[in-house]
Design a protein around this ligand. Structure first.
Ligand code: HEC
Length: 158
């Protein structure tokens, strides 16, 4: 069971609270009191998923990871070019990523990570939806972003 799923989390929280109540009811010994008092502390620690869990859930590379233009070419050609075209110039299957609509302040780097993790419902163009691309790693996506940003700058999209 995934403890970060809200339903499961609520269930686990309720279970832990009832264990805590039972421990408090049953024992008044010092050791058991310590155990009973520790449970809420553990619960608080579990409350918020840690930065590592959030990073993985968002499909992001580790903090400080920098995409490298040259390393983006291969994964782009392997996973994206069929729709987004040679050097991201678009095809009839997908829009050009070298377009002002995808400039950094309108589609931040995060939107690329979300696009490969979740896919994209058609909203800007008429090519249909983009499916998620589960095989790609967050690091590869970051390299692709570096490559696409470089191609955008080349034609004056900043
Ligand atoms: C099967 C075709 C297809 C493939 C493969 C594909 N895309 Fe897309 N992608 C699309 C289409 C179609 C859209 C446009 C949806 C719209 O806005 O109408 C899109 C949109 C996007 C967007 C815009 C997201 C947004 O928030 O509007 C990004 C970023 C993107 N793709 C990145 C990628 C990357 C990176 C890859 C490769 C890892 C990739 N795509 C592979 C079809 C594809």
């Amino acid at each position: 069971m995934n403890p970060f799923d809200r339903k499961n989390f609520n269930y686990l929280t309720r279970r832990a609270h009832s264990l805590q109540d039972r421990a408090l009811d049953r024992f008044s010994g010092r050791r058991n009191l310590v155990i009973a008092m520790t449970i809420p502390i553990l619960l608080t620690a579990c409350d918020v998923p840690g930065p590592e869990a959030r990073r993985q859930a968002l499909h992001l590379p580790p903090p400080g990871f920098k995409g490298i233009v040259e390393k983006g070419i291969e994964p782009f050609e392997k996973y994206c070019m069929v729709c987004h075209g040679v050097k991201g110039r678009g095809t009839d299957q997908g829009p050009p990523l070298i377009d002002r609509v995808y400039r950094p302040d309108h589609h931040a780097d995060l939107s690329f990570h979300i696009a490969v993790r979740d896919g994209v419902k058609s909203h800007h163009w008429r090519h249909g939806d983009m499916q998620p691309i589960p095989l790609i790693t967050p690091e590869e996506t970051e390299h692709i972003v570096a490559y696409i940003r470089e191609e955008q700058r080349r034609v004056g999209i900043e």
